[in-house]
Design a protein around this ligand. Structure first.
Ligand code: NAD
Length: 305
């Protein structure tokens, strides 16, 4: 069986494929035309968030049976075209859970303790001790919007690490979280009103687009902090800028944006009560290794069947 690896994946994943008798060819991030040309003869294709696996690429394949994305989601793959050709799709949805959860906690601390703000001031030669007065996470109420893989991992770190009280909002309540963490399953309105920190972990769907809008932001405490490591469009950015500039909420930590990369000079970059990171939730060595190894394992299993 021949596998084309079209993006840099962890060496352990390549080894695993070779040990299981697969012939592996690596061509890093080829353009559409090149990929469409070289895909012939391969049984499997592995990508990350690049390259794009378009309809043209899929239709050019002559013996492709599986496409694997070493990461969460299948955003860069034309899923419909693959399904029409009966090509199986594989991904690694759990690989980045811990990394994203840790980043969400990092953003909470960075905003609550004004870490990025203090760092900026010190580089400007200013000792901003008074302006950097912060708040503790310990004993505060954390509202988790979307208590799936990442949301529940954040809830666990917050409970065990900071003894936070956990509220969550999801389409279904989870007995396991209620029992394990003493978490409360509440409506989104109640969550927003009662939480000191709100962290968003829902997927971007038509029903979650701008889920956090002006009306919802106005329900939050003036002292509250909003964290978004899910997808930018879950929050109405214009409303968030207003909320942060006019003091409806105290601060925000954002890893994802409606427009990525975030345009230079965007209003968010002018606000001192915001910490921004460039969509790095899954950017850790461990998440990348887990993603590669998880899809390699799934490919081995797929061809064993
Ligand atoms: P998941 O599917 O395990 O959890 C999502 C949760 O949201 C589920 O419990 C689901 O029931 C809930 N949900 C869905 N629709 C809802 C709605 N309308 N109202 C309330 N709850 C709803 O997903 P996950 O792996 O925890 O990922 C969560 C988010 O993190 C996704 O948006 C994903 O794209 C994002 N993500 C970001 C990064 C990053 O780099 N920042 C990396 C990986 C994942």
């Amino acid at each position: 069986m021949k596998i084309l690896v079209a993006s840099r994946i962890h060496e352990k994943a390549i080894q695993l494929l070779k040990e299981n008798g697969f012939e592996v060819t690596i061509v890093e991030e080829p353009h559409e035309d090149e990929l469409a040309r070289i895909i012939k003869g391969f049984d499997g294709l592995i990508v990350r968030s690049k390259p794009l696996v378009t309809k043209k690429v899929i239709e050019s394949a002559d013996r492709l049976k599986v496409i694997a994305r070493a990461g969460v989601g299948l955003d860069n793959i034309d899923v419909k075209a693959a399904e029409q050709r009966g090509i199986a799709l594989i991904n690694a949805p759990e690989s980045s859970t811990q990394s994203v959860a840790e980043l969400a906690i990092g953003l909470m601390l960075a905003v609550a303790r004004k870490i990025a703000f203090s760092d900026r001031r010190m580089r400007e030669g200013y000792w901003a001790k008074k302006e950097a007065m912060g708040v503790e996470l310990s004993g505060k109420t954390l509202g988790v919007i979307g208590a799936g893989r990442i949301g529940s991992a954040v809830a666990r770190i917050a409970k065990y690490g900071f003894n936070m009280h956990i509220l969550y909002y999801d389409v279904a309540c989870r007995d396991d979280l209620n029992k394990e963490l003493g978490a409360e399953c509440v409506s989104i309105e109640e969550l927003l009103k009662r939480s000191d920190i709100v962290t968003i972990h829902v997927p971007l769907l038509p029903e979650t687009r701008h889920m956090i809008n002006e009306e919802k932001l106005r329900l939050m405490k003036k002292t509250a902090i909003l964290i978004n490591t899910s997808r930018g469009a879950v929050v109405d950015t214009a409303a968030l800028v207003k909320a942060l500039s006019e003091g409806w909420i105290a601060g925000a930590g954002l890893d994802v944006f409606e427009e990525e990369p975030l345009p230079k000079d965007h209003p968010l970059t002018k606000l001192d009560n915001v910490v921004l990171t460039p969509h790095i939730g899954a950017s850790t060595k461990e998440a990348q290794e887990k993603a590669g190894v998880e899809v390699a394992r799934k490919i081995v299993e797929f061809f064993k069947k």
